[in-house]
Design a protein around this ligand. Structure first.
Ligand code: TYD
Ligand code: MG
Length: 466
């Protein structure tokens, strides 16, 4: 195919240059020029005058609000994060570390959809057909009718999609796909963006053009960089309808799939899976899987209830405070490091707990990532417990956001969190005052609740309880 003219466009200011430069000649930003297919040049003035205006102008009231049609994937936990199932014509981006289970989950889902009578296509750019077949055998679905295409050329993939019009197509992975129109290497920002844009356009157009009823849903698999972002680009996140992330520790068997963005469902919804010998299995009652098992309470450990999406999860926060060198280290796994620095400052200023000369490590057990500030209080209690070398009482938990002024702010839907903790047999809870049940009869059986308004109150309470 003849190569179209390309130019290099600055991702900061939008200025273009005919060749690659380290520094944008327009805005002076470094390393921002990205190759893209040049638009056919037309005289800028009156460029659109000759075109007929779009006839599709309608008042909002005249447009019928149609419910999107969803097709369950046969995996309840996956459907949960998708908002009920695959939406025809939608584009889903699924990211995660290598080896976490993206290909496994999608192959399982495609097989279930195919069995349900839908036409499916699995495009593999990372593995050969034989490797996919080997995986299928391991999953016990070797008789599967899922169509497999080992291909990395965007043009060939689009031609196949056009000819086959599957209901669901998986592109594993978007980083291996390249367009012949660009000279950049596969996996580069320019290629990833261009290929994703074409595939997205195909998905959107497929519904309108007929073919499979409702069009083709496309799932793009994306790799994650060391920093934890989807390689190439946030631009992908803007383009697609749904962004899912795989989380979890590859050394443990549990995996979380979280919806970061969803035009067809709730964000922050999570699906929980366990990696077994025969693929991923949904875990329908996951609330207690992120607790490590201590026979007796240990110092530096505090359990919290996180509520992301619709399900409460109990997660153990661990802290280790140890005498550090001249420049003490602060390290966090699964929690934000900047937030940790802030909490240490609040702890010092408002509760008199000083860790300035100490190394501080914190970890959310099980590879789960907690982004909600409701973890603050548990992080502080775990740090204090480690520093003092005194465990928190048995059956203890805490949650609540902590502000810079030392105040403890309520967490959303505190009652649901407390109910889950009571159900799992926890007996002592330190929570923000606004989250404590107002009336006695609303209390939870077996769970003593200590409401606090300030950080120093929580620390003082810890002394009397411990
Ligand atoms: P994979 O789906 O290839 O990960 P990704 O596509 O995200 O890179 O997952 C591979 C890992 O999962 C690998 O370490 C082997 C393990 N696995 C199982 O434990 N059980 C199975 O049934 C399968 C297919 C894989
Ligand atoms: Mg893979």
């Amino acid at each position: 195919m003849a190569r179209e003219k390309t130019s290099f466009v600055c991702s900061e200011c939008g200025g273009s240059s005919p060749k690659w430069l380290g520094k944008c000649p327009h805005c002076g930003a470094w390393n921002t020029l990205i190759e893209s297919v040049a638009e056919t040049a037309a005289p800028a003035k009156n460029r659109f005058a000759a075109l007929a205006p779009s006839a599709r102008l309608q008042p909002l009231a005249a447009i019928e609000a149609t419910e999107v049609a969803r097709t369950p994937t046969g995996h309840e936990e996956l459907d949960r994060v998708l908002g009920g199932g695959m939406v025809a014509g939608a584009v889903v981006l699924i990211g995660g570390d290598p080896g976490i289970g993206k290909s496994t989950l999608l192959l399982q889902a495609l097989d279930a959809l195919q069995r349900g009578g839908l036409k499916t296509l699995y495009v593999t750019g990372e593995e050969s057909g034989a490797q996919v077949a080997l995986r299928a055998r391991r999953l016990g679905i070797e008789g599967s009718q899922v169509a497999v295409l080992a291909e990395t050329s965007l043009e060939s993939i689009l031609a196949t999609l056009e000819a086959e019009r599957p209901a669901v197509a998986v592109i594993d992975s978007i980083q291996t796909v390249y367009s012949e129109q660009l000279s950049s290497a596969p996996g580069s920002v320019a290629q990833v963006r261009e290929c994703a844009a074409h595939l997205t356009r195909f998905a959107k157009a497929s519904g309108a053009a007929g073919g499979a009823p409702g069009g083709t849903a496309i799932v793009l698999v994306g790799h994650v960089t060391k920093e934890g972002a989807l390689a190439g680009p946030r631009v992908l996140e803007h383009m697609v309808d749904t962004v899912l992330y795989f989380e979890g520790d590859t050394h443990s068997s549990f995996r979380l799939v979280r919806a970061i963005k969803n035009r067809f469902g709730a964000v922050n919804e999570i699906g929980v899976f366990a990696m077994t010998e025969r693929g991923l299995r949904g875990v329908s009652n996951p609330s207690a899987i992120f607790l490590s098992q201590h026979a007796e309470p240990v110092a530096g450990s505090c359990v919290m209830v996180t509520l992301e999406g619709t399900r409460p999860l109990l997660v153990e926060i661990q802290a280790l405070v140890d005498s550090g060198g001249p420049s003490p280290r602060r390290l966090s796994v699964g929690l934000e490091r900047d937030r940790l620095a802030m909490l240490l400052a609040v702890l010092h200023r408002h509760a008199g707990v000083a860790c300035a000369d100490q190394d501080v490590f914190v970890n959310a057990v099980g590879g789960v990532r907690i982004s909600e500030p409701a973890a603050d209080l548990a992080v502080m209690l775990a740090i204090t417990s480690s520093l003092r070398g005194k465990p928190l009482p048995k059956g203890f938990l805490a949650f609540g956001e902590v502000g810079l002024a030392g105040e403890v702010r309520p967490a959303p839907r505190g009652q649901e969190r407390l109910r889950e903790a009571a159900k799992l047999g926890f007996s002592v809870a330190v929570v923000p005052k606004a989250n404590a049940p107002k009336r006695r009869e609303a209390a939870f059986e077996g769970l003593t609740i200590h409401p606090v308004e300030r950080v120093d109150e929580a620390m003082a309470l810890m002394r009397t309880l411990g």
